[in-house]
Design a protein around this ligand. Structure first.
Ligand code: HEC
Length: 141
């Protein structure tokens, strides 16, 4: 079970989506993706070279929390609240737009409603490197 869910609370459309964070506070808040990210589309989607680079970066930077298999159970995940996301949750990943993923990887989780230890990679990686990571995440079974 994924402990961090973004669900669709209404008749469709971004504005109706809600963030549920199953931590001790039980936060539930409207999902508001910042305008600078919202409508962006991955220019490297499905690109084999991008997927290979993204995989390398994933194993270097992300797998200790999100797990080598992407299920959110890496060695550093124990004790994190909220827990790392499960990238193999197909329903969840289909709802996660490219713009959402770019935002969350760039800005991390150190703000409401997430308040998590998800790192803000935007200061460390280029936008291209983040798109490569997203291309890889979308290949996870
Ligand atoms: C220190 C542990 C840690 C590391 C390292 C880490 N993450 Fe996370 N990540 C988290 C946690 C905890 C969450 C869940 C809480 C949240 O959404 O902020 C999360 C959430 C996310 C989400 C949101 C997913 C969703 O369905 O809402 C994305 C995308 C993500 N991480 C990508 C990455 C990528 C890519 C890397 C490597 C470049 C990475 N993370 C490295 C801890 C980590």
């Amino acid at each position: 079970m994924s402990l961090v869910l973004t669900g669709c609370a209404g008749s469709g459309g971004e504005e109706d989506r809600v963030v549920y964070i199953s931590n001790e506070t039980g936060v539930e808040a409207p999902l508001v993706i910042p305008a600078e990210y919202k409508d962006k589309i991955n220019p490297l989607a499905g690109d084999p070279a991008a997927i290979a680079s993204g995989k390398e970066a994933y194993f270097a930077l992300c797998s200790q929390c999100h797990g080598e298999d992407g299920r959110g159970e890496g060695p550093d995940a124990a004790g994190l609240n909220p827990r790392p996301a499960d990238f193999t949750d197909q329903e969840q990943m289909q709802e996660n737009t490219d713009g959402y993923l770019l935002w969350r990887i760039s800005d991390g989780g150190d703000f409401d409603p997430y308040n998590s230890l998800m790192t803000a990679w935007g200061t460390l990686l280029s936008e291209q490197e983040i798109w490569e990571l997203i291309s890889y995440l979308r290949t996870l079974p």
